[in-house]
Ligand binder design. Sequence first.
Ligand code: GLC
Length: 423
Amino acid sequence: MTGLTDQAIAILRRNDRGGYTVPTHGLYPYQWNWDSAFVALGFAEFDRDRAWAEIETLVSAQWSDGMIPHIIFHQEDPGYFPGPSVWATGKTPATSGITQPPVLASVVRTLWEAEGADPGCSRMRALYSACVRSHRWFHEFRDPKDNGLVMVTHNWETGRDNSSEWDDALSRVDTTGVGTYQRRDTGHVDAAMRPTQQEYDRYVAILQFGRNTGWNHREIADKGPFRVVDVGMSMELLRANRDLLVMARALSDTDVVTELEQRITLSEAGMDWLWNEDVGAYCSRDATTGESSSLVTNASFLAFYAGVGSKTQQARLLNALERITTTAHYLLPSLEAGSRDYDHKRYWRGPIWLVVSYMVAQGLAEAGHLEWAERIRTDSSKLIEKSGFYESFSPETGDGSGGPDFSWTAAMWLAWCGKGGQL
Ligand code: GLC
């Protein structure tokens, strides 16, 4: 155990580029939004100052409208596509033009509470304000139905890049104008673990649409080629609003308290729009066609983390979890085996990602399902013990997939699964 803890610390130190951490050397040479949030939880276990700095660097690239971008290109690296010149957002520092899951407020709360929850903590106060602005951005630009859920305009925003949940919406994306480009990801890892070329063309076409609007997020939200209400981000934002509310109350920020209470009520009621009664789970849903993906993914189980679902709905989710144990040797796969295009090695179509497992386990524990939370935690630590700190892991064999020496996997070991029974 100590050996793995030392290794995890060494990975974070090695991937530290001075104030921010790359997800892994080579494949992802920049700062990613939700990676940094989880990485901060890892740093907090041995260097609190560095944990705050990770998030402060991320937030320093927040757009004036409140959006926190999904990638910050602190320095050019030819080994990644699409780089800053492809996004062409014109920001300093250079950034991508889309966002990523809003888990930041939840992490800020954790860091702040670990330091004694002093309302006078200036680092918390600054990040709290950044989170309030970011959550308002979601509300203003990404809630077209005004039901407190989150619509994404690029599948990369979800953080679950090639999940089968996006296939139908992606199949309608016109790729005829994409032109030629050189992918870099498949030069770093086995192509069988990455999205296909056809998928990549669609990702680039959606990017180009945004760029052609001058990154006008109103226009992108109204007319973009990809408009899906993501179950993952909807759950994460609801949870993040609850965590932000705790800080708003501690700061006696009464207007924000009222605003957040209203949003939370809206989202709690709105979430039923994602419930799929036939499947017995929350599923992502297309904002244009209204179609449910009907797919059970790891994000479906974030309902516990968000604190939603009636007793019956939660019982059905637990049934789904039980069913998944009959095909998955390790929990929690990103897609249930037998689902359309399930592939235990391919990215978000089956492999286990510890950051999502962490949130799901936290939610299950809070809801009193301690055995399930512990099962997910011990499976997660077994994966690291067996295969090392990979980007993701096969739920069938436990082998690592994607990049090695991954920052957020190391962080999850330190903050969660390597720690024994605590969350
Ligand atoms: C991949 C993942 C995404 C992550 C990024 C950097 O794109 O799908 O969730 O943020 O890599 O690790």
